[in-house]
Design a protein. Sequence first.
Length: 298
Amino acid sequence: MSAYTEAGVDIDKGEAIASYLGMKDYASSFHAGGEKIVLSTDGVGTKLLVAEAQNKFDTIGIDLVAMCVNDILCKFARPVSFLDYYATGTIDIDKSKQILDGILKGCELAGCTLGGGETAEMPGVYKGTKFDLAGFVAGVVEDQYKDTTVHSGDILVGIPSSGPHSNGFSLLRKVLPLEEIPLTPTRIYVNEILDNQILIKNCAHITGGGLIKNIPRMLGGLDFELDTYVCDPSKDTWWADLFWKCTRNNKMLMRDFLTVFNGGYGMVLAVEQDNVKEILQKIPDSKVIGEVTNKCVA
């Protein structure tokens, strides 16, 4: 049994449900009035419990927007409108304002509008001021005929994350004191992806399932190899420190770790070799982290 399963999250069951529903993409799309519309919905998981423990609610709304927006970027869609669903046992005005201000800030960062939402007071379902959030985003694809086919030999370029983003918090709550878990908001990648999409063949938002489970979602059946340094826990990084804590307390293997956490990269791009130098220049903090292959050695 994996450390994540022991923490209460079974990734395989989640994948089974997605498979049952026929879901494999980050977002769904349809055509309307000559435009290609892309939709996605998501939440922020048990990061909410960390916000509750730290009594800090001003960033969780940014997370909510980011998780939805980053998904539609994998379809190269520009975010247009965002909706939120905020459910709580009893409305706390100050907490609610912090949450909603974060959502507004997230929309500003993503370049979309807050089109509306629902605030539901549900005593009996949620205890006291405990709450849950869900988000919904609609975007428009400007280049409807973009070829996103990835080939063996294409290069994987990672764009750094701002931390664990909004995944793996059930395990984080097991291995760290709640007050030590970072609430750094999830990075939003709108400009990095849309301003450079002519150089990008496809991209993967590194969410639940980490690098190991998400990179294959853009490869069309191909496999990949990660560079050695990506899996090097001797680096002085937030994720390396976290890996050692997971290892010490849960005997977690690196591959298992990278199936839960993003390993320092929140978005991974598949790029033709001829375009790598230019993409690294245009996204200065990006880095080559691997290659698409016919045989998986990651």
